[in-house]
Design a protein around this ligand. Structure first.
Ligand code: GLC
Ligand code: GLC
Length: 809
């Protein structure tokens, strides 16, 4: 069942049934100010950091669901309704929500009154804009009351939901004309406030929640709305809110519009007040003045659309499959940008309070956006590297506001350092900017401890070598990519961390997955050294890589697939000798991507085993058979009921690793078949089962052992976005940025006869046509660059603006 449809021309997803199986959301903002917005007007806003600078409240597991947000209430006669349907849930005569790139438009109609809510965050300004257009489509005059409503968060989202004894007394506001200022804690250490404005004259307002809602009132029918006017309340403590009320008398066919805006404003320390206790509103007014009429609102929207159009033009495909095209050209790329901005911090499933930016997460996300925003990717790499520890290890997470490593969780996740090589390598291939390696970067954010980025890569590489176990395989530490495979923690008591309790790091438990990573990214590292003419070091690196490869084939091979790990007692994990958890997806994907066993036959056997034991109609489960009991020696993985999350869920993130592996083996048919299984555009028609948004990936789909097999969870913030984008564009469509040029090496289904790609690469636009007349799956026969045949598969970098490329396979 579908709840909407794609409109590719406009780059929009159009939701026509408001009762989506879950809130289907969009991200507004692409610089420093962000708002999440659901299809029924729910959501929340923050500046930079969803924990430390939260602007509005959101109750994630609330009942009813998704009540907090940016709602508009309409009252006509005795009927109260919202254009987005929630929170009143009054039946609408028509409803539509268009989620576009960085904006959304929600339209509801009721009794011949149409109300449209257009929301976006303009480029480079810290403000959420919302234009409300009311149209009386009847032939009679109408009397209508219109209300806006937001509930402020007292900045620190953690404190806001826990420390009530204090924060019920701190709330403060000021109101001037149509502007409502939220200034809690501004009197003391904060230099920022929020302002909620309207560009038209208002008839009344409220800033006290109790006053607007009524003491025991509910968002579905606030008392002020029922009464047809607000109470001009001024909040002192408790719950400060912002509500505007405008009374409208609309003639037949008359249209009225008003622009609301919610802004974050910082004021220099010395200019904070204009009189005792009275805040300096000048910077707010300046900002508001940039968006206070329709012309300015439209211009901001136009600029935003241009921004996205230009960004996406750098990679456009025309295959004969519209679903593939819309993923590459629009939604998968868009999701990659959202993960760039958010890492795993703020979604409807990540509260923005628990974790900041993940070290490995941000490194992997970069693979998906480096071609769109290379400058910001560069900055990101340097930021991440600066949190690396001096021994080459890494803080597992860092806070976006401070960019400092998070010492609560600390380090010891032994895959982390190698992801730094992965993203730096991807960046250099994309940009050719070798100078980044000379950039001086702190260790542990300590300027006294700065060294060139290359030194960071060296320590990442050596970190693995300095932490080998009894089989000469890498020690796993607290966990590797699989945060829930905790072989050293022995978390025994409720509430104890699975990752950082107990001994948590040990000298025995080893990861075959990290071994695969070391081979893959170790090869890249040695290529980098070669390029820098550090030949001796490059050779040593390759020797270490070869040793690791041998160790994997000797002690990391289980006969028909790659083993997952050795636990703290030296026992096998992910082996035919285990009763449950016999085979895991991660080492199969990573080892084959690293090239291990490709020539000698193990790779093919492993892929056959994946197909036989892990593949389902909705994708590949993480392991099998699922653990049916909690196991102290394995940790969090066995804490989940069978079929969920890491315990045999379909973890979408590592499905593309198997797709990559299939392309390495030359299996274009298989690769595409697997690609489709988790791709949201291909799941749109079963939205009642899949439940999450059909335009973005979710982290996890319930596996075959789960009662809710096929149900997605945790949409948006997942490494799946970057990896699926990368596997489709590089592995399948075969457009691979390389050090010296753009490599073309597709691996496609044999029935695909032709497709076209426009790819911006180092200031040149490549217009590539790939022809497959012979019905092959892989194997480039000939490449013509501006009609001249070249040797090999790499189109050398040139200084032309446009280049025409023809590829025959
Ligand atoms: C989550 C984490 C990621 C981890 C994965 C598997 O997606 O953000 O870092 O690799 O789970 O446990
Ligand atoms: C990852 C896993 C999640 C686990 C968390 C612990 O995000 O997906 O299941 O709780 O890591 O850090």
């Amino acid at each position: 069942m579908q709840f909407g449809h794609f409109e590719d021309q406009k780059k929009e997803y159009v939701i026509s049934n408001c009762r989506t199986p879950l809130p289907w959301i969009n991200y507004l903002g692409s610089d420093e100010f962000f708002a999440l917005l659901s299809n029924t007007g729910g959501g929340y806003a923050f500046y930079k950091d969803a924990k430390l600078r939260r602007i509005t409240r959101y109750r994630y597991n609330n009942l009813p669901l998704d009540q907090d947000g940016f709602h508009i209430y309409i009252k006509e006669k005795d009927v109260i309704w919202n254009p987005g349907w929630q929170p009143s849930k009054t039946e609408l005569d028509s409803y539509e929500c268009r989620h576009g790139l960085g904006y959304s438009i929600i339209t509801g109609t009721k009794n011949k009154l149409s109300v449209r809510q257009e929301l976006y965050v303009p480029k480079y300004d810290n403000i959420l804009l919302m234009r409300v257009t009311v149209n009386n489509t009847s032939d009679q005059p109408k009397n209508v009351d219109l209300f806006s409503f937001v509930e402020f968060c007292l900045w620190d989202a953690q404190d806001d939901t826990t420390n009530f004894q204090r924060n019920y007394s701190t709330g403060e506001v000021e109101v001037e004309g149509s502007n409502i200022y939220h200034k809690t804690e501004y009197r003391e250490r904060r230099n920022h406030y929020a302002v909620f404005f309207a560009n038209k004259k208002i008839d009344s307002f409220d800033t006290s929640r109790d006053s607007f809602m009524g003491l025991y009132g509910s968002p579905s029918s606030p008392e002020a709305v029922e009464n047809g006017r607000c109470n001009d309340s001024i909040a002192h403590g408790w719950q400060p809110v912002g509500a505007h009320h405008i009374h409208l008398q609309l003639q037949a066919n008359e249209t009225y519009d008003v622009i609301f805006g919610l802004a974050y404003v910082e004021v220099p320390e010395k200019e904070k007040f204009i009189a005792p206790g009275i805040i300096n509103k000048a910077p707010a007014k300046k900002l508001i003045a940039r968006y206070d009429n329709n012309k300015k609102f439209d211009a901001g929207m136009k600029k935003l659309r241009q921004f996205w159009d230009e960004l996406l033009q750098g990679f456009e495909v025309r295959t004969q499959n519209e679903k593939v095209d819309r993923m590459v050209n629009i939604w998968n790329a868009y999701q990659c940008m959202v993960t760039f901005n958010m890492s795993r911090s703020a979604s409807y499933y990540e509260s923005g309070i628990g974790r900041g930016m993940g070290f490995r997460d941000s490194c992997q996300d970069l693979l998906g956006f480096v071609h769109m925003i290379p400058e910001r990717a560069r900055e990101r790499i340097l930021d991440i590297a600066a949190t690396q520890k001096a021994d080459g290890g890494a803080y597992h997470q860092y806070q976006p506001l401070t960019k400092k490593g998070n010492s609560d969780i600390g380090g010891g996740f032994n895959d982390d350092p190698l992801w730094l090589i992965a993203c730096t390598d991807a960046y250099i291939r994309e940009t050719g900017d070798w100078d980044i390696l000379k950039e001086k970067v702190d260790f542990d954010n300590d300027p006294k401890n700065a060294a060139p980025l290359l030194e960071h890569l060296r320590r990442s590489f050596n970190y693995t070598l300095n932490n080998l176990g009894p089989h000469k395989l890498p020690l796993i530490g607290r966990a590797d990519w699989n945060d829930c495979l905790n072989l050293n923690c022995f978390s025994r008591y409720p509430g104890e961390s699975f990752q950082i309790s107990g001994p948590s790091e040990g000298p025995v438990a080893e990861s075959v997955f990290i071994a695969g990573m070391f081979v893959k990214y170790g090869k890249a590292y040695s290529e980098i050294l070669k390029h820098l003419k550090k030949n001796k070091e490059a050779k040593e690196a390759i020797r270490a890589v070869q040793d690791m490869e041998k160790a994997v084939l000797k002690d990391g091979w289980d006969g028909r697939w790659f083993l997952r790990a050795y636990d703290a007692f030296g026992k096998k994990v992910g082996s035919r000798y285990n009763d449950e958890g016999k085979i895991f997806i991660e080492p199969q994907g990573m080892c084959i991507m690293a090239g291990i066993g490709v020539e000698s036959g193990e790779a093919q056997k492993a892929l056959d085993s994946v197909q036989e034991r892990l593949e389902t109609k909705y994708g590949i489960v993480l392991q099998n058979p699922a653990y049916t009991t909690y196991r102290l020696n394995l940790g969090e993985i066995s804490s989940y009921p069978p079929g969920y999350k890491e315990n045999a869920g379909i973890f979408c993130h590592n499905n593309p690793w198997i797709v990559f592996a299939e392309t390495i083996m030359g299996h274009g048919n298989r690769a595409f078949e697997l690609y489709k299984k988790t791709c949201p555009a291909f799941l749109e028609e079963i939205s009642e089962i899949h439940r999450t948004e059909p335009y973005v990936y979710c982290q996890m789909v319930a596996g075959k052992d789960a009662p809710t097999f096929g149900e997605g969870k945790n949409s948006w913030l997942t490494g799946t976005a970057a990896w699926t984008f990368t596997v489709l564009t590089q592995g399948i469509l075969g457009i691979q940025p390389d050090y010296e040029g753009l490599k073309v090496d597709p691996c496609i289904p044999d029935y695909v006869k032709e497709y076209k790609v426009n790819r911006r690469f180092r200031n040149t636009m490549y217009h590539i046509t790939i022809r497959n007349e012979s019905g092959a799956q892989k194997g480039v026969k000939k490449i013509l660059v501006d009609r001249k045949q070249i040797e090999g598969k790499i189109i050398p970098v040139c200084d032309k603006k446009n280049v025409k490329v023809e590829v025959i396979i």
